[in-house]
Write a protein that binds this ligand. Structure first.
Ligand code: F6P
Length: 341
């Protein structure tokens, strides 16, 4: 069998672990050939690919990013790929394509599968917002980075009697903010799923200072938004990939708190730090398992499917199911952290 693999969309710690695992299982386990397309679907369309053998993936398990490069693709070019996908598969001689990516990539994978490409998807995203799987690799690493940041910010906040507003990733789902906020013991958590009232945050900080705790850390997801009438905040524009550009809630909230409290407040935007660097052991294991199972699925002919973690089992779900809706933080998970909302 000849298998094509690509990584698309925003990168994520653990991508290289999947690529390595696919190559190991395919080449060493099945005597397959593997080719890697460069820069996601762009490489598939532009004919940029390279063979991946055991040497090519040696030493990449712990490496962040993706050795294949990643890119987002405009919708028009995706349609082009879908329209030509049988011809593309034939021209590369591939019997299976394993695209590794988030919601956008899996939607594209579904389009290709519907058009006749033999596709087995692997979900990734630090945001953990793909509904068909309990977990995506990358999330554990991102939560670790954000938690460490909160831990560190607490000590400097305390030295200077400041409020720190830590902005973490999460455009539509606040999983990183929820879990790093809980793990780091943030005093306030703001998620996209539930609008926040800035007056509640002001009250919380004032009460802390009144109790002699002279600092506070608030963890805010980039997609969080204030309740109507609570604070001025403009929504961002939509970019060419259909993503909303954020207007900087961390900066805006820190300025508002400083104003209302008359105390120093500093924004800290963690941004792509959460996506870079070496994956945690958990993410390496999950990524490796997904890669292994993706190759097995290809050999069984289970196309149009995606890897998913359900409990501790890796299972297959239809790509169609994976992209119906995003997995958002449910109310009961927010209730568990309620004292900090
Ligand atoms: O992978 C998803 C994500 O991490 C979002 O949380 C974030 O808004 C986005 O990627 C940013 O990606 P980029 O800057 O690469 O477009």
């Amino acid at each position: 069998m000849r298998i094509g693999v690509l990584t698309a969309g925003g990168d994520c710690p653990g991508l290289n672990a999947v690529i390595r695992s696919v190559v190991h299982r395919a080449v060493a386990g099945h005597d397959d050939e593997v080719i890697g397309f460069e820069d996601g679907f762009k490489g598939l369309l532009d004919g940029r690919f390279r063979p991946l053998d055991l040497d090519a993936v040696s030493g990449i398990l712990a490496r962040g990013g993706t050795i294949l490069g990643s890119a987002r693709l405009e919708r028009a070019r995706l349609r082009e790929a879908a329209e030509n996908c049988e011809e593309l598969a034939r021209s590369y001689g591939i019997d299976a394509l394993i695209p590794i990516g988030g919601e956008g990539t899996l939607t594209a994978a579904r389009m290709l599968a519907d058009a006749g490409m033999p596709v087995v998807g692997v979900p990734k995203t630090i945001d953990n917002d793909i509904s068909a799987t309990d977990r995506t690799f990358g999330f554990d690493t991102a939560v670790g980075v954000a938690t460490e940041a909160i831990d560190r910010l607490k000590t400097t906040a305390e030295s200077h009697q400041r409020v720190m507003v830590v902005e973490v990733m999460g455009r539509h789902a606040g999983w990183i903010a929820l879990e790093s906020g809980m793990a780091g013991g943030a005093h306030g958590i703001c998620l996209p799923e539930r609008s926040f009232d800035v007056a509640d945050l002001v009250k919380m900080v004032e009460e802390r200072f009144a109790r002699g705790k002279k600092f506070a850390v608030i963890c805010v997801a980039e997609g969080a938004h204030p309740a109507a009438g609570s604070m001025d905040y403009q929504k961002g524009e939509i970019d060419q990939y259909g993503h909303e550009r954020f207007a900087g809630i961390g900066n805006r909230l820190a300025a508002e708190l400083e104003n209302r409290l008359g105390k120093e407040a500093r924004p800290v935007i963690l941004g792509h730090v959460q996506r870079g660097g070496t994956p945690t052991a958990y993410d390496r294991v999950l990524a490796t398992r997904f890669g292994w199972h993706a190759v097995e699925a290809a050999h069984r002919g289970d196309f149009g499917m995606m890897m998913a973690l359900r409990g501790t089992e890796v299972t297959l779900v239809p790509l169609a199911e994976a992209v119906i809706e995003l997995k958002r933080v449910p109310a009961d998970r927010m209730d568990e952290a309620d004292s900090v909302f």
